[in-house]
Design a protein around this ligand. Structure first.
Ligand SMILES: *[C@@H]1O[C@H](CO)[C@@H](O)[C@H](O)[C@H]1NC(C)=O
Ligand SMILES: *[C@@H]1O[C@H](CO)[C@@H](O)[C@H](O)[C@H]1NC(C)=O
Ligand SMILES: *[C@@H]1O[C@H](CO)[C@@H](O)[C@H](O)[C@H]1NC(C)=O
Ligand SMILES: *[C@@H]1O[C@H](CO)[C@@H](O)[C@H](O)[C@H]1NC(C)=O
Ligand SMILES: *[C@@H]1O[C@H](CO)[C@@H](O)[C@H](O)[C@H]1NC(C)=O
Ligand SMILES: *[C@@H]1O[C@H](CO)[C@@H](O)[C@H](O)[C@H]1NC(C)=O
Ligand SMILES: *[C@@H]1O[C@H](CO)[C@@H](O)[C@H](O)[C@H]1NC(C)=O
Ligand SMILES: *[C@@H]1O[C@H](CO)[C@@H](O)[C@H](O)[C@H]1NC(C)=O
Ligand SMILES: *[C@@H]1O[C@H](CO)[C@@H](O)[C@H](O)[C@H]1NC(C)=O
Ligand SMILES: *[C@@H]1O[C@H](CO)[C@@H](O)[C@H](O)[C@H]1NC(C)=O
Ligand SMILES: *[C@@H]1O[C@H](CO)[C@@H](O)[C@H](O)[C@H]1NC(C)=O
Ligand SMILES: *[C@@H]1O[C@H](CO)[C@@H](O)[C@H](O)[C@H]1NC(C)=O
Length: 809
């Protein structure tokens, strides 16, 4: 591990409290929670985690940017990845190109021969290796030392990054004094700049500017602004650079679209301030405010949030914010090692990074509603992130729901993916439908009291289901005419009504079906029985692509399982796509949004054939009954067909619950954690996707994985002796306690359970447990038992009577 977590851990080692308690004053216990957060987990091998300094859902996200695997700014794996600058906004865990990273600062200790022009300016030329092992990351803090011995620390407020550069001492072989130069570059991580301008104030050294950039997985452009002030050294001179030349005149620089954007040849340009030797400790502080509104607002944000460059104070406030967020959870480890505690707390932490709260920073419309951005992407986040936020920070979840509804009001569509104020690409269905329904059924009434307008939300849901947009690559759904007339998305669809990637007919069909089920739930709650019946009907359309006699072979050997989702043409005849094709570990050729893409997205027919979250009873019958279903699910997990590093892999870990085998879900949970989720820098199996992998680990280890969109949590034994969660809105605490717990996980099978002292046989919980508080006691043993196995103990399915209704109006 390239982490320097050791210091903090040492501070609590030996006195590790048995119960890690978040004391109300944020002292003792809660600071030991933060020592179990390692932001460097998932910073190599495709995790793309942003490991820098941020507040919960904060807009400012500061980190060192490197020139390899830099989706999240910094990465740890390839030690030859060099630092190109320090920038102030990022996204976390994304799959495609890097995001944001606009206007990086880059410090140099002195310019050779004391000539500004002899410092290095272009991003490709100036990159400096970091010293291996110096990266240090904690909630609200990040630090790293470059090989030129400049040590850079950073912390943040909501819209402002604060950097502290410590320059190396001058020594006899160099000049006797140093004269640091700090530049601000009109560039971003994906090198997407279209145009930009920067200026520098000769007196104060303030550098400010603006630029137009492209989003990392979407359409359109966005404009961003920054304002950098310095403290700790007197200004010596100021100027600008272009290409590899710099001078003290003029004081501003402007670059227009030069036709080379998205190219490494993009014209280097920016402004700079040079200082006399720092006054104290060879340190210079740089405070960078960011804004999407104006330079003036960027400066104002910085002045308001960090008036006096108090690094320690800003860092302490950031830690306090994280203690408040994480501190609603208490864990009694019961002897479980620090490594697993780190996996857990780091997972909860990463689910608190995105989406970002850009309220007050949205130039697109005027509104008093909150504005969150970087729903990146809801196709990923609906499966665990929003369910975890709902439990630990329901107020923020409500703000996010309000923001989604406002995006619909203003732009006419709910987003499916959104970043940098732009529309992102849709991967499957219209999955905001699931996020809205999830909140509606779990605590919709309370959300309404906090300002969620369910009437407009419902309008947005119906819009997704009924109206095909001109560009369904970025909103809504495609193929709606065929959906209505044929009741599936044909593989050779005739769809002149809108434009999008005409691929993924199987995965879109099963996702649209589930999205419609979610709409039906809300319709029912709102008393709209006609719509309820209609969308329940369309939620069964997955059956229309089910080819009952289809079998599947691997390397010529029949797997023995029959019945798979298969391509189906307009004329009603079947097509063929090998059921194992698009399994990430087997054959994954053009399984993204490629123009030559296939009928399943980022997963095989094997995988999508399990995706009927609302009617598992019908699926189990279709697959030949519970015992065949369990064998098939086992095979799916054990053959390499399931890749848990893609979010569709999460639900199958727990689908045994529907076959009356909750013990097998617990086995699978332990199969994947820690083998695939651990506390190494490569400790997550796929892109974190805004905290998806983190929230999967956290929910799984708490023993309450959801079936998102429904008021259901599958009960499995928590990975700790006891877990408690205080609901921030109701103030009530829900506790799950394992009896006969053993830290070596021999006893992972529930023998019996009690909820608030009464025998409890259902193998699932509802959200009321978290709202009302209570105690669930699970008595564990070494073997599967009859607990939670009877038909009446199994979570409800559409075809067995869907009695879970959540809050009704
Ligand atoms: C909190 O920590 C301080 C200093 O480490 C210690 O003296 C004090 O006893 C602790 N308080 C509790 C309640 O653990
Ligand atoms: C990083 O810098 C070192 C030393 O200058 C160089 O050898 C290496 O190729 C650079 N790596 C990258 C990815 O730029
Ligand atoms: C050393 O620094 C001083 C002022 O910072 C400058 O005047 C002088 O030219 C420098 N000398 C060298 C050799 O860089
Ligand atoms: C960097 O440090 C890590 C762990 O501290 C070590 O495994 C790795 O080999 C080091 N790399 C180099 C190039 O020294
Ligand atoms: C950051 O913004 C959030 C949301 O508006 C607010 O609740 C929080 O107090 C702010 N944090 C700080 C440290 O100002
Ligand atoms: C002295 O300064 C030079 C030039 O900055 C640097 O290369 C060298 O490593 C420094 N020596 C020491 C002992 O710090
Ligand atoms: C920068 O680009 C934006 C968007 O393309 C455009 O509106 C603006 O006029 C451009 N500004 C300059 C100075 O070229
Ligand atoms: C199929 O056969 C190839 C070549 O023998 C082998 O590499 C691969 O692992 C096999 N795949 C499966 C799923 O058994
Ligand atoms: C149905 O359509 C498919 C795809 O265009 C075509 O290959 C097949 O021959 C058609 N079958 C019939 C019976 O028309
Ligand atoms: C993967 O599947 C594609 C499309 O079916 C096929 O063309 C290719 O040969 C397959 N590759 C391997 C290694 O099986
Ligand atoms: C940690 O997780 C990664 C990613 O899933 C995995 O490749 C690695 O084998 C795991 N390490 C251990 C020691 O289990
Ligand atoms: C659903 O409710 C009905 C009537 O209250 C009841 O008879 C039935 O058993 C319930 N079904 C489930 C799965 O709970």
């Amino acid at each position: 591990m390239v982490t320097a977590r050791a210091g903090l851990v040492a501070a609590v080692a030996g006195s590790l409290p048995q119960v890690v308690v978040a004391a109300p004053n944020g002292k003792n216990g809660s600071s030991s929670i933060l020592s179990f957060v390692d932001p460097l987990i998932g910073t190599t091998n495709g995790g793309h985690v942003f490991p820098g300094a941020t507040l919960p859902f904060g807009m400012a996200k500061a980190v060192a940017d490197v020139n390899v695997e830099n989706q999240g700014g910094f990465s740890t794996g390839d030690v030859t990845g060099n630092i190109t600058g320090f920038s102030h906004m990022h996204d976390s865990g994304t799959g495609g190109s890097p995001s944001l990273g606009n206007f990086p600062l880059f410090p140099q200790t002195s310019c050779p021969d004391d000539l500004i022009d002899n410092c290095v300016f272009p991003i490709q030329d100036r990159a400096v290796p970091r010293i291996n092992g110096t990266a240090e990351a904690h909630p609200g803090y990040f630090a790293v030392t470059m090989e030129n011995h400049i040590h850079t620390e950073m912390t943040v407020t909501n819209h402002t990054a604060l950097y502290r550069f410590t320059f190396p001492q001058a020594n006899s072989t160099s000049n006797s004094t140093i004269s640091p130069l700090i530049l601000a570059d009109l560039i971003d991580l994906p090198l997407s700049r279209i145009n930009g301008s920067a200026s520098v104030d000769a007196k104060t050294g303030r550098i400010s500017g603006s630029g137009v950039f492209s989003p990392s997985f979407g359409i359109g452009t966005y404009t961003s602004h920054f304002c950098a002030d310095f403290s700790g050294a007197d200004v010596r001179d100021t100027g600008v650079f272009m290409n590899n030349r710099a001078g003290t005149e003029p004081k501003n620089v402007s670059v227009v679209a030069d036709g080379t954007n998205n190219s490494p040849d993009i014209l280097p340009a920016g402004a700079l301030t040079r200082f006399h030797a720092p006054k104290h400790n060879n340190q210079i502080l740089a405070r960078v405010g960011v804004s999407f509104i104006s330079v003036q607002q960027a400066c104002h944000n910085a002045e308001r949030e960090i008036p006096n460059f108090d690094f320690a104070g800003v860092r302490a406030a950031a830690e306090k914010a994280w203690e408040d967020t994480l501190g609603v959870i208490q864990v009694k480890p019961g002897g479980v090692n620090e490594s697993l505690q780190t996996v857990f707390w780091s997972g909860v932490y990463r689910a608190g990074i995105s989406p970002q709260d850009y309220t007050g920073e949205n130039p697109l419309w005027k509104s008093s509603e909150p504005y969150y951005d970087s729903y990146y992407c809801i196709w990923d986040s609906f499966r665990s992130i929003h369910s975890l936020i709902t439990i630990v920070d329901p107020y923020s979840q409500i703000q996010m729901i309000r923001s989604l509804i406002e995006i619909y009001r203003q732009e006419g569509w709910l987003p499916d993916c959104r970043m940098s104020l732009c529309k992102g690409h849709t991967q499957g269905g219209s999955n905001a439908d699931v996020v809205l329904a999830d909140t509606y059924v779990k605590f919709g009434k309370m959300a309404a009291e906090y300002g969620v307008d369910w009437k407009t939300a419902y309008e947005a849901l119906v819009n997704d289901a009924e109206n095909e947009p001109a560009n369904w690559d970025v909103e809504g759904r495609g193929g709606l005419h065929s959906w209505r007339s044929l009741h599936y998305i044909p593989t050779d669809d005739y769809d002149p009504y809108g434009v999008g990637p005409f691929t993924r007919s199987i995965s879109r069909t099963v996702e649209y079906a589930y999205d419609d089920y979610c709409i039906a739930e809300v319709a029912r709650g709102l008393g709209n029985h006609g719509d309820y019946e209609k969308y329940i009907g369309t939620s069964e359309y997955w059956k229309n692509m089910w080819k009952a006699d289809q079998n599947s072979s691997i390397n010529g050997t029949d797997t023995g399982f029959t019945g798979f989702l298969m391509p189906k043409y307009l004329n009603g005849t079947w097509g063929f796509q090998d059921p194992i094709f698009c399994s990430p570990l087997l054959n994954f050729t053009s399984c993204y949004l490629n123009p030559d893409g296939h009928e399943t997205y980022e997963g095989s027919s094997w995988l999508y054939s399990f995706f009927v979250p609302h009617d598992m009873a019908a699926l189990i019958t279709t697959m030949g009954g519970p015992s065949t279903f369990v064998k098939r699910l086992d095979y799916f997990h054990e053959s390499g067909l399931l890749y848990v590093g893609d979010e569709q892999g999460f639900l199958p870990v727990f689908q045994y619950h529907y076959a009356g085998r909750p013990g097998k879900s617990a086995e699978r949970a332990h199969f994947y954690i820690p083998s695939q989720f651990n506390d190494t820098i490569s400790g997550i199996p796929g892109n974190d996707d805004s905290g998806a992998m983190g929230s999967f680990a956290a929910l799984t280890m708490m023993g309450i994985f959801p079936n998102p969109g429904q008021d259901i949590y599958f009960i499995t034994p928590p990975f700790f002796e006891e877990v408690s969660i205080r609901n921030k809105l109701t103030g009530k605490t829900a506790t799950i306690r394992n009896i006969n717990f053993d830290a070596s996980y021999q006893n992972i099978y529930i023998q019996s359970a009690k909820l608030n002292g009464k025998t409890y046989t259902k193998n699932y919980l509802q959200h009321s447990f978290f709202l009302d508080g209570g105690v669930l006691e699970l008595t564990l043993g070494r073997n599967e038992s009859s607990w939670g196995t009877r038909p009446e103990d199994i979570p409800p399915s559409l075809s067995t009577g869907h009695n879970i209704t959540g809050y009704m109006f």
